[in-house]
Design a binder for this molecule. Structure first.
Ligand code: NAP
Length: 214
């Protein structure tokens, strides 16, 4: 599979590296241009390009940028494409976003509103990249960690679940994209390791109000 990645920080690099290791082709990008990513070609093992080039390259495109920049993601070239949203809301970094502070929407629904023709799946946001790179275990291992996924498009979710598996993780499907709040920042499942059975329980028991960190 060809995976274009918007953002070449901790998330873009970690997912890029693991995807290359799993046999995928990867192109990383950032806002400053591929000349600023020269050394990453060797570190990650993929190509580098502009955001537009990465979007055109990918059958699947990963968004891995500060949430505050989501409106800069190209809209028309992503129509019909599967987009994996890894972003989280940190008001300390992103500024206050009223709809998120009030609980009126979720981070991935913001991106979906910006990309109405794209097939968005929320994944890879509830694990640190250190854990993603070091925590993978073979399928069936007793200590295999599970990661949550949410989305409205079955094919998009299947792609995220397959990547989880290739990277060494089980998946728990929480349902529609609007259910993504269950594993946003501050929720019990956020960046906490659980096996599949325990993650299912924790996600099901999560309540929407009153559990977010400030
Ligand atoms: N770090 C983690 O362990 C982790 C885990 C799960 C989810 N997340 C979430 O994933 C997202 C990325 O996190 P990160 O830790 O990878 O951040 P990061 O290390 O700061 O990297 C962000 C990357 O996005 C690029 N970027 C910024 N604005 C851009 C734009 N408008 N267009 C294209 N590229 C842009 C930056 O490069 P330029 O500034 O040069 O463009 C940089 O390469 C965040 O929303 C974060 O909350 C992080």
């Amino acid at each position: 599979m060809k995976i274009g990645i918007i953002g070449a920080g901790f998330v873009g690099r970690a997912i890029g590296k693991l995807a290359v290791r799993s046999g995928h082709q990867v192109m990383l990008s950032n806002s400053r241009g591929p000349q600023t990513l020269f050394s990453l070609r060797h570190a990650v093992g993929g190509e580098v390009g502009t955001v537009d080039e990465a979007v055109a390259f990918g059958d699947v495109v990963v968004v891995a940028i500060p949430l505050s920049a989501y409106r800069s993601v190209p809209v028309a070239p992503l129509a019909g494409k599967i987009v994996i949203d890894t972003d989280n809301y940190y008001h300390e970094r992103d500024g206050r976003i009223a709809e998120l502070d009030s609980g009126a929407t979720t981070t991935s629904e913001l991106l979906a509103g910006h990309l109405p023709q794209s097939r968005i799946v929320k994944a890879f946001n509830a694990i640190t990249m250190t854990d993603l790179e070091s925590g993978g275990r073979p399928s069936g291992a007793s200590d295999r960690r599970a990661l949550p996924v949410a989305g409205d498009d079955a094919d998009a979710k299947a792609v995220a679940v397959a990547l989880y598996d290739q990277f060494g993780f089980d998946a728990v499907d929480v349902g529609a994209l609007s259910e993504g709040w269950r594993f946003e920042r501050g929720r019990p499942a956020y960046c906490v390791p659980f096996n599949k059975a325990d993650l299912q329980k924790v996600l099901a028991a999560t309540v929407r109000d009153g559990q977010l960190t400030s």
